[in-house]
Design a protein around this ligand. Structure first.
Ligand SMILES: Cc1cc2nc3c(=O)[nH]c(=O)nc-3n(C[C@H](O)[C@H](O)[C@H](O)COP(=O)(O)OP(=O)(O)OC[C@H]3O[C@@H](n4cnc5c(N)ncnc54)[C@H](O)[C@@H]3O)c2cc1C
Length: 382
């Protein structure tokens, strides 16, 4: 196992890191406070090729491998957790659905503007009654001549209210359980019957709109079906597997931000005539925080490396996402503790890191569901 980043990976890390320090960190508190989609920042990122990192240049992307993309996403999330979600939902989920399961003309028409960052993507799987239990979804897509008519609704859709292209999952055969789910491309502007019901007021992850969507006799041409009817559940699982690597990267990025802020504070803040960092209990907190971050990072890199080598990475992606998410929340919690009372106020970003980190344990597979997946994989390996 090689523990060093390649020259290309170092280059992407340094480039994104510089952009984040100059353009994202200075506005991160404002994004958190205003909770508005940062369209200008996303346009700047598109110009730098950060909205289509893992896609080939022929489809408008930057032609990086998925591992380099995860490294870039870690840096973006270090600046803003909300921005991390915007890029991850757009790229790992919506973009990857088109890249992996779209035919040539679907890739050309729908992936290219997403990868170039000219358009924004969303991935609409979850519903009010179907979060962890995906096959419980009630949205249907009924064939009518050479069209599908979609009815139902989706909840918690990141980028859902600003997206130009939404990959939507619906049942084409409601009696067939998970084998009756299909996936489609929906264009909110062009397709009548696409309704944004509203957006959620959330604990964190601000700037990324999380929308409730309704489909009211939404008609789409049959060539918007991705792959074959009945393949949607497999599309979702495969896409979420890859997505988990980047949510692990988001966790690592937020944890790093929380750690660095707390370490600097520990050096500056004096009590009893000395910097609080000199108290052994604070020093040990910092030691534990960094140790956990390094371990989470290793899991993230291992999963990303296995993915680009074409190996089975289901367990690795779940472990990386599970561990990095819990570490992110734990590190952010200790970050607040190191700040004492100041950490509990909005004068310091420590509380933002905590609020942003918490989401990691919920979306793209809750920690409980990931433990099920990891356990299943371990038993299969026996
Ligand atoms: C901010 C945000 C953004 C999101 N973005 C998207 C998006 O872009 N696209 C999208 O499709 N979805 C998105 N989601 C939805 C997210 O993936 C779901 O919230 C998540 O899958 C959990 O589903 P649920 O909320 O219905 O919880 P439930 O499934 O009802 O779970 C409730 C509790 O029960 C536990 N539980 C459930 N089943 C099991 C089980 N089998 N074993 C053990 N424990 C179990 C869970 O772990 C959890 O603790 C987003 C959610 C949030 C909050």
């Amino acid at each position: 196992m090689d523990f060093a980043l390649s020259a290309e990976q170092q280059q992407i890390r340094d480039m994104v890191s510089e952009f984040v320090d100059e353009e994202v960190v200075p506005v991160a508190d404002e994004i958190d406070h205003e909770d508005e989609y940062p369209a200008d920042l996303v346009s700047e990122m598109a110009e730098l090729g950060l909205m289509g990192m893992p896609f080939p240049e022929e489809y408008g992307g930057s032609g990086l491998d998925y591992h380099s993309y995860a490294i870039g996403l870690e840096e973006i999330s270090r600046g803003s957790g909300g921005l991390g979600t915007i890029v991850a939902a757009h790229t790992s989920l919506a973009g990857n659905m088109l890249y992996e399961f779209g035919d040539e003309s679907q890739k050309e028409e729908y992936l290219t503007p997403l990868a170039a960052g000219e358009e924004i993507g969303a991935f609409a799987l979850s519903e009010a009654g179907a979060g962890s239990d995906v096959p419980a979804m009630e949205t249907t897509a009924e064939k009518d001549g050479n069209e599908y008519v979609i009815n139902g609704g989706k909840l918690w859709i990141s980028n859902g209210s600003v997206a130009d292209t939404v990959t939507v999952f619906a049942k084409t055969d409601p009696e067939a359980g998970n084998k009756g789910i299909s996936s489609f491309v929906v264009k909110p502007e062009a397709d009548d019957g696409f309704i944004v019901e509203g957006t959620e007021e959330k604990l964190g992850d601000k700037g990324c709109p999380t929308a409730e969507l309704r489909f009211d006799d939404l008609r789409i041409p049959e060539d918007r079906l991705l792959g074959e009817e009945g393949e949607g559940f497999v599309h979702a699982l495969k896409t979420l597997n890859g997505g988990r690597i980047t949510i692990a990267a988001r966790g690592v990025g937020i944890a790093r931000a929380a750690f660095e802020e707390a370490r600097d504070y520990a050096n500056e803040r004096e009590q009893f005539g000395q910097p609080i960092g000199e108290f052994q209990s604070i020093k040990h907190k910092l030691a534990d925080m960094d140790t956990k971050i390094q371990a989470a990072k290793m899991l993230m890199h291992k999963a990303a490396d296995k993915k680009i080598r074409g190996e089975n990475y289901i367990k690795d992606a779940s472990q990386a996402k599970l561990y990095a998410s819990e570490v992110s929340r734990e590190v952010a919690n200790e970050g607040i503790q190191i700040h004492g009372g100041y950490g509990y106020t909005k004068d310091f970003p420590a509380q933002r890191f905590y609020r942003d980190a918490k989401l990691n344990e919920i979306y793209e597979g809750t920690s409980e569901v990931l433990r099920n997946t990891i356990g299943d994989q371990l038993l299969e390996e026996a």
